[in-house]
Every structure is written in structure tokens, then in C-alpha cells.
Design a binder for this molecule. Sequence first.
Ligand code: SF4
Length: 109
Amino acid sequence: MMSHVPDNSRRRFIKLTAIGLVATPFANALLNNVATAADLISETDPLAAAMKYKADATQAAERKDATATCANCALYTGKAGDAMGPCSIFQGKLVSAKGWCNAWAKKPA
Ligand code: SF4
């Protein structure tokens, strides 16, 4: 007589596959958040240092316009209201919306 009870390894495989399918989107979300945080440019990055970049514009001694920040710079492509965003000077990195560097140019109205 044949038994219809599935063996434990098959059950285990099905269970692990189901867990993997459910967990994958969460793992991707976690990894994306880690990558975004790691992409914020550091003031000590050689290019950032050369451009006198400061994450807090008020700390930039060379800044002449007290209203100038990355958020209102023509080279900033972050969304309004976001704390950080991309800048065409620092490819693949994010800059602080409240930052500043000596390439600042007023965003056209
Ligand atoms: S170029 Fe503009 S957006 Fe980029 S770091 Fe300098 S001030 Fe900020």
C-alpha cells in the first residue's frame, strides 16, 4: 500500500519557497534604503572638498548669498521639500537640500 503523506523535505522546500516569495519585496526595500543612505555625498569626498561643499550651507564661509542652498540651485534635481536630492556635479550621489557648494547657480524661476 502506498502512503500519501508528503515527505518532510518536500514540505520544507514548499515552505521555504513561499517565505522567499513573500520576503523578497521587503528585502529589496531594505537594500534600496541602505543604498540611498550610502549615496549621500560626504564633505570629505575629494570632489566635494574641492567644490567647498557643505551639507549645512550656513557653515560655508565662501557663500555670499544667504538664501543660496542646493534646494534653489539650478544643478539640483531633487524634489521640492525633500531633505536631499541629486546634483549634476556629484553624479551618482545625493546632496543635502540645505547644502551649498561654490558651483551654486540660481535656479530659474
Ligand atoms: S552645484 Fe548646486 S546643488 Fe550641487 S552641491 Fe553645489 S550648490 Fe548644491
